[in-house]
Design a protein around this ligand. Structure first.
Ligand SMILES: [Zn+2]
Length: 238
């Protein structure tokens, strides 16, 4: 099984600028009483999960960090509103991105390495070609210029683990209070084949959610359709 990491192209010809954020965010953890860290997980983005019906939604508007007890209350308050498969870690963000856009957009656009956006036409072509796991949410953009692009952010599931061969033999145990693991990204990293998904062709690595990965079918289809704005780097799998 071949797996590829997605990255933005350096091609200046398809350089759109998207400046947009998610409307709601679960705060980070402030000064964990166990490990002392203030932290949030980057890459947990759920644009299709709309919190506008949550009565306390205003409490999730401001990015910030909160102490353990306050964060636990905010987390439990959201849980009944979550569809299956959502990881409610500190820093998880929700709802359709809103902001401004300018320039020319390719079929794909990654405003940062952990956010995957597509033009509507490219997403439709990819969907109708049998690629699995494409859940798009429309981005609300004000566009400077004519012909505003219709942009969607993909909501990606979490799947897959690192293979033990690429992890240090001795790892510090996770914090007993907050569960935080203080390990760097293995270099190079290897994926554990047994943990990879069979029902989706594009996903986030559960062990490292800022990594967006795709299957051979995804890569082959993107190349056949000649969709631009993204490059693929093969990742070792064992
Ligand atoms: Zn901790």
């Amino acid at each position: 099984m071949s797996i590829y990491k997605l990255a933005a192209t350096e091609d200046a010809g398809s350089k759109g600028e998207l400046n947009a954020t998610h409307p709601w965010i679960l705060p980070g953890l402030e000064n964990c009483v166990g490990c002392g860290a203030t932290w949030a997980t980057t890459g947990l983005q759920y644009p299709c999960v709309d919190l506008s019906a949550v009565p306390e939604q205003a409490m999730y508007r401001e990015p910030r960090a909160e102490p353990h007890d306050a964060l636990a209350r905010l987390t439990e308050q959201l849980r009944p509103w979550m569809p299956p498969g959502i990881l409610l870690n500190p820093g998880a963000s929700f709802g359709p991105m809103t902001g401004t856009a300018r320039g020319r957009f390719g079929g794909f656009h990654l405003p940062n390495p952990w956010t995957l956006c597509m033009r509507k036409e490219a997403l439709e072509k990819l969907s109708s070609s049998g690629v699995q796991g494409l859940q798009g949410c429309r981005i609300n953009v004000r566009y400077r210029g004519t012909q505003p692009p219709e942009l969607f952010e993909l909501q990606l599931e979490l799947h897959g683990s690192f293979h033990r061969d690429c992890l240090p033999a001795e790892q510090p145990p996770p914090c007993e209070r907050c569960g935080r693991e203080d390990i760097p990204l293995p270099d190079p990293y290897i994926l554990d084949a047994a943990t990879l998904p069979t029902t989706t062709d594009v996903f986030r690595l559960a062990d490292w959610p800022t990594l967006i990965l795709a299957t051979q079918r995804f890569v082959d289809t993107v190349r056949r359709l000649e969709l631009d704005g993204v490059v693929f780097h093969e990742v070792p799998v064992r």
